[in-house]
Write a protein that binds this ligand. Structure first.
Ligand code: HAM
Length: 418
């Protein structure tokens, strides 16, 4: 086949008609479960102000320093949203959602954009679903977010994963820990990667997330944050783990788990799957108790997570999980002649109103070609119409699977199939 003149951008893929049913099936599961958890949907624009994303996520993070798609128009600086936590918090503050009372239990589904090097499971336009619970300090909110996340995988049928959990501390505990980490790393800093050296002063905890081989031997014996948590933060973390135990959600505590955004405080978690290959993170999240204030609101604690939807679908493929049923249509009108075509087009709406999916040939093909097309469309029934049938007012209803035929009036067909 000739190379097309236009293609989509690298790392930005079309979801083609054969694939969209599984996307919809996954979205339906998310909407259904969100309703059961009493989460409300929020939809925010694809573009946000650059300043919001830089402040929200952190200037020194990979996302902000390397991965945002940013552009200007007039005096405005836009970015394609790389994630939704900062935008949802922006919306919460802008629209005073706190005035609705209680904590806001929000969920979302949508495309995000990061200028990463594409590979399997890593795209430049990808999709996330997630929740943000804004206004609650209670470990119940942490655990409900995690439980929602796990419930989606359970519904989909993905069972093989690891939930890693950590507390990245409140500001006080974190300062103490950063000091300890700096003293520990300092003697060997010159042997470590340049990225880690750059992070040493401003954000030494991010060094723990380094994938550089030369850093690993220093990271593996680094002090752990659990030893520096103050009483309140340690108690919060313990409650999170107790509730998880009560829910029978298994987890491992990973004291070196840090996340890629600067807004996290206290609980942090990541869900990984061995069925995904090198991009093994299914989802990640945690608390961000300071973000609402950071972007102009009243101090308000919050917690949430986001999950990569492409990665759910990759895992399904690996595990032979069929999320969507095979494509099919209830009725295909097979017509012979103009009068039959008129009859078919004017009776399609009646079938559809009765909840029966129905179609006909759009290409004026022969009866034989229409029957072939009906098979290709996986039609359950064909209604065969020619001049004789029109004169008699009775049509052949053919059950395509059983190869059985009935001669029925249109009303009889509707009551049989409806
Ligand atoms: P994140 O860890 O950056 O967190 O992304 C969450 C998930 O999105 C990842 O675990 C992964 O499954 C998926 N993902 C990320 N980048 C890509 C990509 N380039 N291609 C395909 N999938 C990708 C966040 O975005 C936070 N906002 C999560 C959060 C919500 N924290 C608190 N609330």
């Amino acid at each position: 086949m000739a190379k097309p003149k236009y293609t989509s951008h690298v790392g930005m893929v079309d979801i083609l008609p054969d694939e969209s049913p599984k996307w919809r099936a996954l979205e339906n599961i998310i909407h259904e479960e969100a309703a059961r958890f009493n989460f409300e949907e929020i939809r925010t624009p694809i573009m946000e102000q650059t300043e919001l994303i830089v402040r929200g996520i952190g200037q020194l993070t990979d996302i902000v320093s390397k991965e945002i798609f940013a552009f200007e128009k007039g005096d405005s600086h836009y970015v394609l949203r790389p994630e939704l936590t900062a935008p949802v918090v922006r919306s919460f503050v802008e629209h005073h959602l706190d005035q609705r009372g209680g904590s806001q239990k929000l969920y979302y589904i949508g495309p995000m954009f990061r200028a990463e090097k594409p590979q399997k499971g890593r795209q430049r336009q990808f999709h996330q679903f997630g929740v943000e619970v804004i206004g609650s300090d209670d470990p119940v909110a942490d655990v409900e977010s995690i439980a929602f996340m796990m419930r989606i995988y359970e519904r989909v049928g993905i069972k093989n994963f690891e939930l890693k959990l950590n507390s990245v501390g409140d500001p006080e505990s974190r300062e103490a820990y950063k000091e300890a980490l700096r003293s520990y790393l300092k003697p060997n800093l010159s042997k470590m990667s340049q990225v880690s050296q750059d992070r040493f002063e401003k954000n030494p905890m991010r060094i723990l997330d380094s994938k550089e081989p030369e850093d690993q031997e220093f990271i593996k014996n680094a002090p752990v944050i659990q030893d520096y948590l103050n009483e309140e933060t340690a108690a919060h973390f313990e409650k999170v783990t107790n509730y998880l135990d009560e829910l029978d959600i298994s987890y491992t505590i990973d004291p070196y788990l840090v996340r890629g955004m600067d807004y996290y405080t206290r609980t942090a978690f990541e869900l990984t799957s061995p069925d995904l290959g090198s991009q093994d993170a299914l989802a990640g999240g945690g608390r961000y108790d300071l973000l609402v204030e950071e972007i102009g609101g009243q101090p308000t604690p919050a917690v949430g997570f986001a999950a990569g939807m492409e990665r759910v679908l990759i895992a399904c493929e690996e595990l032979d999980i069929e999320l969507a049923e095979e494509k099919s249509v209830d009725v295909y009108f097979v017509t012979l002649g103009d009068a039959a075509r008129s009859y078919a087009i004017s009776h399609l709406p009646k079938l559809r109103e009765a909840g029966i999916s129905a179609t006909m040939d759009y290409m004026s093909r022969s009866m034989k070609a229409q029957m072939k097309d009906a098979n290709r469309e996986n039609a359950r029934y064909t209604i065969i119409i020619g001049d004789n049938e029109l004169a008699e007012g009775k049509f052949t209803l053919r059950n395509m699977k059983e190869s059985e035929e009935d001669s029925l009036t249109f009303d009889e067909i509707i009551s049989k199939l409806g």
